[in-house]
Design a protein around this ligand. Structure first.
Ligand code: 13P
Length: 258
């Protein structure tokens, strides 16, 4: 099976809706239809920018997919400050990042909660991007694989193999996020292959063959080509470098760096 790469920009808590509009317009000039034939592109602005970005994507027929960074697992109710998957779906959101390490570390999200969110994202007919990854201490102790396997097993509990095959898993080693320290292409490939083999043992070969595995952690124009050339890396989840049109477009156009 050939998996179409997905390059996603996770803007985190950056850019107000005016800045978001400007960035999307700049990206639409830099990224061509030919690029989109080869690579899916999603942008994940803060909640307050979603409506603005949706409007410009729709009115200017810009072929990027809209993503969110987070959601609650319930459909509605007394959850002050939260946003439900159904609300996102109504805004044209197609992908929702779930279980980002910043949400796990700063907001105490557990694997069990991440599992509930994945189910509710599917129920609202969107695609989850599940983030997994180890800390530096876990890597140094030789526990990177066991940590990632445990996250996959708990976060994907009782999801059907068909749904697992349709989703995206982002391998993001925590020590590489926002640090400028990218995993070597060999380490990134080996962990993304490990994600796929774990999916295979939990959900079967078909799901493993179909699931798209992204690498995230200090992806930049200079390392995108090497990372994206690895057989088990099907895309990138980009933080800092997705905030400027030039650097994000060059990552999307990694093929030109061959
Ligand atoms: P950086 O690309 O800034 O390291 O962030 C990676 C990330 O956390 C994407 O979700």
């Amino acid at each position: 099976m050939s998996r179409k790469p997905l390059i996603s920009g996770n803007w985190k808590m950056n850019l107000n809706h005016f800045e978001a509009l400007k960035l999307v317009q700049e990206l639409s000039y830099a990224i061509t239809r030919e690029d989109i034939d080869e690579v899916d592109v999603s942008v994940h602005p803060p909640f307050t920018d979603l409506r603005t970005v949706q409007t410009v994507l729709e009115s200017d027929k810009i072929p990027f997919q809209l993503g969110a960074q987070h959601c609650h697992n319930e459909t509605s109710g007394a959850f002050t400050g939260e946003i439900s998957p159904v609300m996102l779906q109504k805004l044209g959101v197609e992908y929702v990042i779930v279980g980002h390490s910043e949400r796990r570390e700063v907001f105490g999200e557990t694997d069990e909660l991440v599992n509930k969110k994945i189910k509710s994202v599917f129920n609202a007919e969107m695609t989850p991007i599940l983030c997994v990854g180890e800390t530096l201490a876990e890597r140094d102790a030789g526990d990177a694989e066991s940590r990632v396997a445990a996250q996959l097993e708990a976060c994907l509990a009782s999801i059907t193999p068909e749904d697992v095959g349709s989703m995206v898993v982002a391998y993001e080693p925590i020590w590489a996020i926002g640090t400028g320290k990218t995993a070597s292409a060999e380490d990134a490939q080996s962990m993304c292959a490990f994600v796929r083999s774990t999916v295979s043992s939990l959900f079967g070969a078909e799901a493993a063959d179909a699931v798209r595995v992204q690498y995230g952690g200090s992806v930049k124009p200079v390392n995108a080509h090497e990372l994206m050339s690895q057989p088990d890396i099907d895309g990138a989840l980009v933080g800092g470098a997705s905030l400027a049109a030039d650097s994000f477009a060059r990552i999307v156009q990694y093929r030109n760096q061959a």
